[in-house]
Write a protein that binds this ligand. Structure first.
Ligand SMILES: Cc1ncc(COP(=O)(O)O)c(C=O)c1O
Ligand SMILES: N[C@@H](CCOP(=O)(O)O)C(=O)O
Length: 463
C-alpha cells in the first residue's frame, strides 16, 4: 500500500512512514494511492462482530506489511479497552428513520478517542521497534488536544505540544489539557483562533530545519492514521442497520472535514452510503461551498459548539484531490489561492461531483439550543451542542426508507453551560473525572507568533 500527497510532489510513502510523517513535505496531505474495496459479502460479514474485529477487517488492507496481524490485533484491543461502553459506538434511535451514533464513550468523551487511542498504540509500537523519538505538535479547538494528551501522556519517546485558542474552548476541554501532570505533555494557549493554531502547525511542518531538528510528527487529522481509524464506525453502524443490503445516510457535525472524509473513504471502499450530510454551525464555509462552489474564508466566530469553530477545513483538500481527478498541481493552485486571496471557486465539474455524494446544512445558535431541548423531549437523549447541530441538519435530510445516522461527537458534560441553557439540566461528568475542577492547571500562554511558539517547543523538549 503506497501513500501519495494531495499536492503531487512529495515522495510516496508506505503506511508506517505516512503515519509517522504527518504533513507531506510539499505541504499536502497523504492519501492512499488506491482505496481498497470490500465486496458486499465481506461487508455483510461484519454485522454482529465486535467493534474490534470490524476495526481489524476494515483497516487491515491499508497497512500493507507495516504490522503482522497479531501485533495489529493487540494494538486495536489496547486502544478500545478503556472505552466505557461494550459496543464502543452504540446506536440509539431518535425517530422512525433517524439514529444517533454515540461516539463519546472513550476516555476524553469525544469521537477523537476512536482514532487517538489507536494512534497512541500505533506510535508506541512503531517508535519502540525502530528506537525513534518524535515531537508531536497539534492544534485543537478543544477535543483533539485532550484526546492526544490522554493517548500520549507519560510516553518516554514522545513529547507533545498542543496549541489551543485562548478563551475559545470549554472549561472541561481546557482542564483536560492543562491538568495532566506528566512532563512530556504541554498545553499552549495561543492568542488567536483555531485556524491560527492549525496554520502554525502546518508552518512548522513546512519549515524543514525545524521539522527535522525536532523530529516533528502530527496527530491532527493531517495524519492518515487518524482518518483511517474513523472509517471503522461508519461500517459498524451501517451494517447494524442492514447494509450492504440497504443503503444508509450519515449526517456529520463538521469543522475540519476529517470525520466526514472518513465516511467518504468508507463509501469509496464499497459501503452503500447514499448521502453524507455536512452539518455546520455559523462557521459555515463547508455548507456554503457545497451549495454554490464558492469556498471563501470569512473569519471564525465563537459559538456554543466551539470545536467546530473552523474556517480552514484541512481535510477538504483530500476530497478536492479526488474531484480534481487526483491532479496535485490543480490542488496546489487552489490551496495557494486560499492562502493568498482568502478563497477560490470550484469548477462546475468538481462541484457536481461533490454534490453527488455530499449534502449540507447549518444551524444557528438558537437552532442548536432548540435541537438540544427538542431531542431531550422527544427521545430523552441529552446532546452536546455539536451533536445538536448534526441532529437539526440530519432531520432536514431524512428520506423515506433510508436510515439517517447522525454522529454524536461529544458527551454533553463537556459543554455543560450550553446544555443547561437549553434544558435547565447540567450534565455530570463521569466519576473518574469528577475532581477535574480542583486539579491545578499547567499552561503557557503565547502570542500568535510562530517564532515564539517554535522557541517554546525547542526549549521544552526533553533531552
Ligand atoms: C465534538 C466535535 N464535533 C465535531 C467536530 C468536527 O469534526 P471534523 O473536524 O472532523 O470535521 C469536532 C472537531 O473536530 C468536535 O470536536
Ligand atoms: N475540532 C477539532 C479540530 C482539529 O481536529 P482534527 O480532527 O482535524 O485534528 C478539535 O477538537 O480539536
Amino acid at each position: 500500500m503506497r501513500y501519495i500527497s494531495t499536492r503531487g510532489t512529495a515522495p510516496e510513502l508506505d503506511f508506517e512512514e505516512a503515519v509517522l510523517t504527518g504533513l507531506a513535505r510539499d505541504g499536502g496531505l497523504y492519501v492512499p494511492a488506491e482505496i481498497p474495496r470490500m465486496s458486499p459479502d465481506e461487508i455483510a460479514a461484519l454485522a454482529g462482530l465486535s467493534y474490534e474485529e470490524v476495526a481489524f477487517r476494515v483497516m487491515r488492507p491499508f497497512l500493507g506489511d507495516a504490522l503482522d496481524d497479531e501485533t495489529f490485533r493487540g494494538i486495536i484491543a489496547r486502544a478500545y479497552a478503556p472505552f466505557g461502553h461494550a459496543a464502543r459506538a452504540p446506536l440509539v434511535q431518535l425517530g422512525p428513520d433517524h439514529f444517533l451514533l454515540e461516539l463519546f464513550h472513550g476516555p476524553t468523551l469525544a469521537f477523537k478517542d476512536f482514532a487517538m487511542q489507536l494512534i497512541g498504540q500505533l506510535f508506541q509500537t512503531l517508535l519502540d521497534r525502530n528506537g525513534r523519538r518524535v515531537t508531536i505538535v497539534g492544534a485543537t479547538s478543544g477535543d483533539t488536544g485532550s484526546a492526544a494528551i490522554e493517548a500520549f501522556r507519560g510516553l518516554g519517546n514522545v513529547d507533545v505540544f498542543i496549541l489551543y485558542p485562548h478563551g475559545r474552548v470549554s472549561e472541561v476541554q481546557r482542564r483536560q489539557m492543562t491538568t495532566p501532570t506528566e512532563d512530556n505533555v504541554h498545553a499552549i494557549a495561543v492568542d488567536g483562533d483555531f485556524d491560527d493554531c492549525q496554520s502554525a502547525v502546518k508552518a512548522m511542518f513546512n519549515d524543514m530545519d525545524f521539522r527535522d531538528a525536532v523530529s516533528l510528527a502530527g496527530v491532527n487529522s493531517i495524519n492518515w492514521g487518524r482518518v483511517l481509524a474513523q472509517v471503522v464506525y461508519y461500517f459498524s453502524a451501517a451494517t447494524s442497520l442492514g447494509a450492504p443490503h440497504r443503503p444508509v445516510s450519515f449526517t456529520v457535525p463538521t469543522g475540519n472535514f476529517g470525520d466526514i472524509f472518513a465516511g467518504y473513504v468508507a463509501r469509496a471502499m464499497g459501503l452503500p452510503i447514499e448521502r453524507l450530510v455536512a452539518a455546520t454551525n455559523q462557521n459555515d464555509i463547508i455548507h456554503r461551498t457545497l451549495q454554490d462552489g464558492s469556498h471563501r474564508k470569512t473569519g471564525v466566530s465563537p459559538t456554543i459548539s466551539p470545536s467546530m469553530d473552523i474556517q480552514v477545513s484541512s481535510n477538504f483538500e483530500r476530497v478536492l484531490f479526488d474531484v480534481y481527478d487526483r491532479d496535485g498541481a490543480a490542488v496546489a493552485r487552489l490551496m495557494d489561492e486560499l492562502r493568498d486571496e482568502g478563497g477560490f471557486d470550484l469548477s462546475q465539474g468538481a462541484l457536481s461531483r461533490l454534490q453527488e455524494v455530499f449534502a449540507s446544512g447549518r444551524a444557528s445558535e438558537e437552532e442548536t439550543l432548540a435541537s438540544i431541548a427538542r431531542t431531550l423531549e422527544t427521545a430523552t437523549e441529552l446532546l452536546c451542542p455539536h451533536s445538536a447541530v448534526g441532529v437539526k441538519v440530519g432531520e432536514e435530510h431524512l428520506a423515506d426508507g433510508v436510515p439517517m445516522i447522525t454522529l454524536a461527537t461529544a458527551h454533553p458534560a463537556k459543554f455543560p453551560d450550553a446544555v443547561e441553557q437549553a434544558t435547565g439540566q447540567r450534565p455530570a461528568l463521569p466519576p473518574r473525572m469528577a475532581d477535574i475542577f480542583e486539579r491545578p492547571e499547567r499552561v503557557t500562554r503565547l502570542a500568535n507568533d510562530l517564532e515564539a511558539i517554535k522557541a517554546h517547543i525547542r526549549g521544552n523538549i526533553r533531552a
